[in-house]
Design a protein around this ligand. Structure first.
Ligand code: FES
Length: 161
């Protein structure tokens, strides 16, 4: 039987098969979810906040827990959409504000412009450039550093999963 999930802040209801994951809800709505790890619970690009109905979702598994621990924007109501399965009605999900960086090339194209929204690290969800800030070449270098640092951390976290 289908269950209904509400998406915020776009205020849309959508239905999903019982036991389907939240990621399929987001994809059905053409939302921009990177799915960097292919839905295996190892990146942060499908991170969402569950505003209501946490108990209507499958419990957090160990891998999801470990990935959530490295997301700087993690809150008590954070879930990874690819891991959270919808068991009952009443779930309200909100996407974190901002745009995930796909590659450093994304940023290169934006140098000299102001970020229209927060630009987020693809694995950790860390805010790399705040909305309204000018994107400069030196910022780009900092990001390269952050990216390689976090990548190392990411792989050390995921190696023994
Ligand atoms: S797609 Fe990577 S954790 Fe969900």
């Amino acid at each position: 039987m289908a269950k209904t999930v509400r998406l915020e802040p776009i205020a849309q209801d959508t239905s999903i098969q019982t036991n389907g994951n939240l990621l399929s809800v987001l994809i059905n709505k053409d939302l921009d979810v990177l799915r960097e790890c292919g839905g295996r619970g190892m990146c942060a690009t499908c991170h969402v906040y569950v505003n209501h109905g946490m108990q209507a979702l499958s419990p957090i598994n160990r891998r999801e827990q470990r990935t959530l621990e490295v997301i700087t924007s993690c809150k008590p109501n954070s879930r990874l959409a690819c891991q959270a399965r919808v068991l009952s009605n009443g779930v309200v999900v909100e996407l974190p504000p901002g745009m995930y960086i796909n590659s450093l090339k994304d940023i290169e194209d934006l140098i000299g412009r102001r970020a229209e929204q927060d630009l987020l690290h693809p694995l950790t969800g860390q805010v790399l450039v705040e909305a309204g800030k000018l994107i400069t070449r030196s910022m780009m270098r900092q990001i390269e550093d952050t990216t390689s640092f976090s990548m190392n951390e990411y792989f050390s976290h995921s190696s023994d999963v």
